[in-house]
Design a protein around this ligand. Structure first.
Ligand code: CTP
Length: 399
């Protein structure tokens, strides 16, 4: 793990987890980072500023003005390659989310142009309070990275979520982001994921068992490689907190088509992994359909085929990837979809493969390309499959 030459401002706020920060600084320094530490007044009740100064080899700063010198928050904000707020208490979280500026940590946060990483730490009830969760969501909209909290024994004696991530995990999170190559920087990507629901009446729909996990993993992988991603996500319990994935929630095939065609012209890479309904009820009943005869017929009409529509308008600079979920004649059907929909690549899944398809955390895919290529990959996690898909896209784009 390397953070060689990276300049990091670590802001420590008032939480018992602050006692772990000298260890965190040691790990960051050992990985090659130059670390400057800021503390709030409350933080100094939990950890010694002298210990932090000793391990970071820089003075620990806590005030904009300590009487003798002016600590230039703008300069600190510009100096940093990354700002890490760990632990971030509920109080500091609220201040950052709402633009308060009554201490040096807040002033540097508002001045920072670099990526900001926040490692929250608080008791379970404070953590799950809607006010805290709203503040976290606000930080996400500012493209700040939230380092997931741990689950375990809390200072109150309760067991639950809210512990600050362990220093080793914070180091991994940071170095994954800061040292990852970004070959897709400056490019825009579009990903569709999850099922669609086609309403029959106000309480019933035609849907499928897709969870969206595969598409979300692809969206995150594209973003990790530097792309600015729009994720068009159907009804799913899954979500992503990635700072560079903007999620657009949709319900039906028609809404998916609208959302995709709106942004496609400005898109460099599109990966359509959603399990889109091919048919919708021709008419949606405005009232709940009552039970009457022994049979009920619902007439279905074809939905818009988004992949096909995008294939028709795509330019040579755009890379278009589709999925194919097949149960028979997989290769033949996959190749037909590649041609018919004018895609650059089709990710083929077979429902006959155990561990592949909807709901699993694993997938077994074959990547079909226009040059006749068929790369069959072993059963792997959806995250690994996403990496393989994105790496293949890089190859197609010669990056
Ligand atoms: N797709 C789409 N819009 C649709 C149907 C499918 O964008 N209305 C996309 C899917 O997201 C996927 C690809 O087309 O990337 C293939 O989807 P699939 O359901 O396997 O194929 P279909 O074209 O629907 O054909 P069939 O169901 O007959 O196999």
């Amino acid at each position: 793990m390397s953070l060689a030459g990276k300049k990091i401002v670590l802001a420590v706020t008032g939480s018992i987890a602050a006692y772990k920060t000298p260890q965190l600084v040691r790990l960051l320094v050992k990985a090659g980072a130059d670390v400057k530490v800021l503390t709030t007044r409350a933080a100094a009740d939990f950890v010694s500023p002298l210990a932090l100064a000793t391990v970071s080899k820089h003075p620990t700063l806590s005030d904009v003005n300590d009487g003798a010198t002016w600590n230039n928050h703008v300069e600190l904000g510009l100096w940093a390659d990354a700002m890490l707020i760990a632990p971030c208490s509920a109080n500091s979280l609220s201040k950052l989310a709402n633009g308060l500026c009554d201490n040096l940590v807040c002033a540097v946060y508002l001045s920072a142009r670099c990526p900001v990483f926040v490692a929250p730490a608080m008791d379970e009830d404070m953590w799950i309070h809607p006010s805290t969760q709203n503040n976290l969501n606000k930080l996400r909209t500012y493209s700040n990275h939230i380092i997931p909290v741990g689950h375990g024994e809390l200072a109150s004696g309760l067991i639950g979520p809210g512990r600050m991530a362990e220093p080793e995990d914070i180091l991994t999170f940071l170095s994954d982001y800061l040292s990852a190559p970004q070959p897709l920087k400056g490019l825009k990507a579009l990903v569709t994921a999850g099922p669609t629901y086609e309403r029959i009446d106000p309480v019933r729909f035609i849907g499928n068992f897709s969870t969206g996990k595969m598409g979300i993993a692809i969206a995150e992988e594209l973003a990790n490689k530097g792309a600015d991603v729009t994720l068009v996500l159907g009804p799913s319990h899954e979500k992503t907190d990635h700072a560079h994935v903007h999620t657009v929630r949709i319900e039906s095939a028609g809404e998916l088509y609208e959302a995709c065609t709106r942004v496609f012209a400005a898109t460099d890479i599109a990966v359509l992994s959603a399990a889109v309904a091919d048919y919708r009820p021709e008419e949606m009943a405005t009232e709940k359909i009552k039970k009457a005869d022994s049979k009920l017929s619902v007439t279905l009409a074809k939905t818009e085929d988004t992949l096909k529509a995008l294939g028709k308008i795509k330019t040579a600079k755009q890379t278009l990837v589709g999925f194919a979920l097949e149960t028979t004649n997989e290769l033949e059907n996959g190749r037909k979809k590649l041609k018919d929909k004018n895609a650059d690549m089709i990710v083929l899944n077979s429902l006959r493969d155990e561990g592949a398809g909807f709901g699993h955390d694993t997938n077994k895919i074959t990547l079909l390309t226009k040059d006749g290529g068929a790369e069959a990959l072993p059963l792997q996690s959806k995250k690994e499959a996403a990496t393989a898909i994105v790496n293949h896209i890089l190859k197609l784009r010669h990056v």
